[in-house]
Design a protein around this ligand. Structure first.
Ligand SMILES: [Cu+2]
Length: 216
């Protein structure tokens, strides 16, 4: 019985050894899933390092005052087109122009308004005085034209200034006296001689104008 028992136990011991070795082998071999996790962690760490490097670069650009900011310039040909347009506008508006620059159309303009009394049949030209200036400071008219200045400046007299404007010929040919915004607010003069006739507003020396009279 003993020998049989010994013979019977030997293969069982071999099997137990084999199982034990197998278990040890399994425990020593890392699972494929664990390997992938380690690789993923390394990838994430690398990406984080890249992101940190980019952040540092952006901060350097923001705080570095030595890097010049280059403003875009208009191409030379565009500048020439604009200057040509300005010349054309000046020719179109012999009595002056008002430029209005808008983002949609940078060259919008209107010619300054000179209204002709009686539809212009009698050659009468009406000019306005407003906003502390002669609004049509230089005009050209035909001989025999009546020019009428209309005082429209409601702000005259503000800040201790005089409450009127005046149309006074430099050569002493005409003088409107004090023109107030209400009451007698017009002054007319007939230009019967060819020539250039300058005038100003005595209380406001910066207000100047000129009437150029030409032959019919
Ligand atoms: Cu004045």
């Amino acid at each position: 019985m003993e020998s049989k028992k010994g013979n019977f136990n030997f293969p069982i011991i071999i099997i137990i050894f084999a199982v034990a070795i197998g278990i040890l082998f399994l425990f020593n071999t890392p699972a494929p899933v664990e390997l992938n996790v380690e690789e993923n962690i390394e990838d994430i760490e690398e990406k984080e390092e890249n992101v940190k490097e980019e952040d540092v670069k952006v901060e350097e650009i923001e705080i570095n005052p030595d890097i010049p900011v280059v403003e875009p310039e208009l191409p030379e040909i565009v500048e020439e087109i604009i200057q040509e347009e300005v010349r054309r506008i000046n020719e179109d508006c012999p009595f002056g122009k008002e430029l209005r620059s808008t983002p949609e159309n940078p060259m919008t303009y209107t010619c300054k308004l000179i209204t002709l009394e009686n539809g212009g049949q009698f050659g009468d030209v009406r000019l306005s005085i407003n906003n502390g200036e002669f609004e049509q400071p230089e005009i050209q008219v035909k001989k025999g034209t009546t020019v009428t200045w209309v005082m429209r400046d409601k702000t005259a007299g503000a800040g201790g200034d005089v409450p009127y404007h005046q149309v006074s010929s430099i050569d002493g040919l005409f003088d409107s006296g004090e023109l107030f915004v209400s009451g007698e607010n017009k002054f007319s003069y007939v230009f019967d001689e060819v020539g250039e006739f300058e005038y100003n507003c005595p209380p406001h020396p910066w207000m100047v104008g000129k009437i150029i009279v030409v032959d019919e």
